[in-house]
Design a protein around this ligand. Structure first.
Ligand code: RAT
Ligand code: ZN
Length: 432
């Protein structure tokens, strides 16, 4: 029969996980049409959104937080760090985190995996050789290469409604930004819910008739804005991140915008709403993007929203480890709730392993176990290399347990399960 003996399940499952293409449900990546600061054969665009190359990899905000720990505030005041140019920051990070110490942390190991899998030796004493190598690549070829090495077929973007530079690009030429079908648009608009006064001022400057007290046409006007932007960008879903203190129901302007403008728009367009809950923005503002932290979210609020809006699909990722069990259990109660990814500070091997195991035990394959959150193109290589290994290990364990229980685990079924986890479940929940 096609039934592999138990001793062969491990290599088979690992091979299938390595071969199965990924649809990455949440990243901050862009194709070259959004502009790119570097590369052969392109006009460098300093405000371009497509980030790639060694300087971006090494100045990832996860590594900025780590390098500041290596120097005292007397040796390197935080403001002095920010006054360095990006290449000076990169040189310092390389020296402190890779030359003078072993790159043991997950974010540092990620740079090592990435360089190695691109065929580069990660032991260079300076960044010069890497810089030459990257400068010789064209952005388009580099995307093909990286997606190939990473085994990623589709990359979901984060398209920020309130980013002036990005907005101008969408208003100028939406077709060009939608041309590369590997990059899937997502409409992101945190401020509508978490900072309504700021959002309201922006909307007024764009010509919408909105008022801070939500009077008059405000909710209908927010609906009109969302109708226009969901269709302009071709959003596969809408997204927002929320702080740990977010509660529903609660009588806040943000919640009225959410329930009376945003969720009805999601229903009209048949798109899901992603809730990324648990981020405490600017816990240490001096660290800028690296200064955000986390706290536990309120799962009863997520459950109440799923109950009150059964016709909206919610894609939910929570930043705190202590929320993960309740999220998986709540998903058993609401078929319109999809848990996804091991977000940001959870994207570490020990936590991915624990969370993935728990989700499969409670939900089978009706979850999206991981997303990359990449900001820099080449990070796809390490994020998916590291996560695939762990997802593979968890599945090997689960198939072995099932074999011991008397079930025949055959290759076609294993392929189908893995396809669903890495690609199919995302496809099912996204409008694309
Ligand atoms: O993971 C990250 O890089 C964070 O800075 C954020 O992008 C977070 O994932 C978000 O989407 O808000
Ligand atoms: Zn993100």
């Amino acid at each position: 029969s096609a039934n592999p003996p138990a001793s062969e399940i491990g290599p088979l499952v690992r091979r299938v996980v390595a071969e199965t293409p990924v649809w990455d449900l949440h990243t901050h990546l862009f194709p070259p049409a959004f502009g790119t600061p570097i590369g052969r054969g392109v006009a460098p665009d300093s405000r371009g959104l497509m980030l790639w190359g060694i300087d971006e990899l090494v100045t990832y905000h996860y590594l900025i937080a780590e390098v500041l720990r290596e120097l005292s505030a007397q040796e390197l005041p935080t403001e002095r760090f920010w006054s360095l140019s990006q290449s000076e920051q990169a040189d310092l990070i390389w020296q402190k985190l890779f030359v003078e110490s072993t790159p043991l942390s997950e974010a540092r190991r990620g740079v090592v995996t990435t360089l190695t899998r691109l065929g580069l030796d990660p032991h260079e004493p300076t960044l010069d050789g890497y810089r030459k190598w990257f400068a010789a690549q064209s952005p388009a070829e580099q995307i093909d290469r990286v997606l190939g090495v990473a085994g990623v077929e589709r990359v979901t973007m984060t398209n920020e409604l309130f980013d002036a530079g990005e907005r101008a690009r969408w208003l100028a030429d939406p077709a060009a930004l939608r041309a590369d079908k590997r990059f899937i648009p997502v409409l992101r608009f945190d401020a509508l819910v978490v900072d309504w006064p700021r959002a309201c001022a922006e909307l007024r400057s764009w010509g919408y008739r909105v008022q801070e007290d939500l009077a008059g046409d405000t909710l209908a006007e927010v609906g009109r804005l969302l109708d226009e932007w969901i269709e302009r960008i071709g959003a596969a879903y809408c997204a927002m991140s929320l702080p740990p203190a977010w509660r529903y129901p609660a009588p806040t302007p943000g919640n009225r915008i959410l329930t009376e403008a945003i969720l009805p728009a999601c229903e009209r367009h048949g798109v899901a709403q992603a809730l990324m809950i648990g981020v405490t923005r600017a816990q240490n503002p001096a660290l800028r993007l690296a200064g955000d932290s986390l706290g536990a979210a309120d799962m009863d609020s997520v459950a109440a929203l799923c109950r009150d809006f059964p016709d909206v699909n919610f894609l939910v990722t929570l930043l705190a480890r202590e929320n993960q069990h309740a999220l998986a259990v709540t998903a058993r109660k609401f078929r319109n709730l999809l848990p996804f990814g091991c977000w940001w500070f959870l994207n570490n091997p020990s936590l991915i392993s624990e969370i993935t195991r728990m989700r499969i035990e409670l939900l089978g394959t009706s979850v999206v176990p991981q997303h990359s959150d990449c900001r820099v193109l080449e990070q796809l290589i390490y994020k998916w290399d590291h996560s695939r290994r762990i997802i593979g290990d968890v599945l090997v364990e689960k198939y072995a347990d099932l074999t011991a229980a008397g079930w025949r685990c055959e290759e076609p079924a294993i392929r189908k399960d893995v396809q669903r986890l890495l690609y199919g479940e995302t496809a099912r929940w996204l409008r694309a």
